[in-house]
Design a protein around this ligand. Structure first.
Ligand code: ZN
Length: 231
């Protein structure tokens, strides 16, 4: 089974286990009816995206997240994080991100992170807050040095459609990635996760079935690591 750790497409395109992402809405009316259609068999990540932090309803957004976070179907908190190019002012993004890290700690679930041009801030937050739950930076496509630093500080990296472009940072990084820190995803792209696994196994020069098993066991590992945490 191909694990697709982060997608916004509810429709499966291959023999895959998707972790479908729900973004907590900004608007009050949408917040009220949100998740009425959650299926008990889904695997979800739920979080407040840094683009959609409500100035007025952030408390309700956080309450909604805390409520849902305990649900069995919710496997990750996020995507949450920091974006220098879009969304609320950075100090507010940081505050809401830290609050979501605390919720993840409370429910003992790993965090899936959106980070655009804020890696120093991300590293400082990790240093200050010291979350024990694993943190995965999703859609990573930055340079080798940032990748190296994140890996050294214990982050996991999830790579997506960018690896299909051989000149991308993501494709270059993949070749040197420690496999036990790797995840793959489609995010909002229309590309099939199968294509991403095929390309990854080519770049890593390992059989696809080994890659599939490794990534699935990485998932089991971060989930059990989270559950074992004692506060
Ligand atoms: Zn996403």
């Amino acid at each position: 089974m191909l694990l697709n750790i982060h997608t916004h497409q509810a429709e499966k395109q291959a023999d895959e286990q998707i972790i479908y992402n729900y973004i907590i809405p900004e608007v009050e009316e949408e917040l009220a009816s949100f998740t009425e259609n959650i299926n008990a068999n889904d695997w979800l990540s739920i979080g407040i995206h840094p683009w959609f932090i409500s100035e007025n309803n952030q408390k309700t957004q956080l309450e909604k997240l805390r409520q849902l976070a305990y649900n069995q179907t919710v496997k990750f908190i996020g995507e949450c994080g920091l974006d220098r190019l879009k969304g609320s002012p950075l100090p507010l993004q940081e505050e809401i991100f830290i609050k979501q890290i605390r919720i993840a700690e409370e429910v003992k679930k790993p965090i899936i992170i959106h980070c655009v041009k804020c890696f120093n801030e991300l590293l400082s937050i990790k240093k200050i807050v010291r979350p024990k739950v694993p943190m995965i930076v999703h859609g990573f496509n930055n340079n080798q040095q940032i990748a190296q630093t994140l890996l050294e500080r214990g982050f996991y990296l999830s790579l997506g459609a960018a690896i299909l472009n051989l000149d991308s940072n993501a494709a270059q990084i993949l070749k040197k990635m420690p496999l036990e820190k790797l995840f793959l995803e489609t995010d909002d792209s229309a590309i099939s996760i199968l294509e991403i696994y095929e390309r990854a196994s080519f770049l890593l020069n390992i059989p696809q079935n080994i890659l599939v098993d490794t990534i699935f066991s990485n998932y089991l590992e971060i989930s059990s690591q989270s559950i074992k945490i004692t506060q």
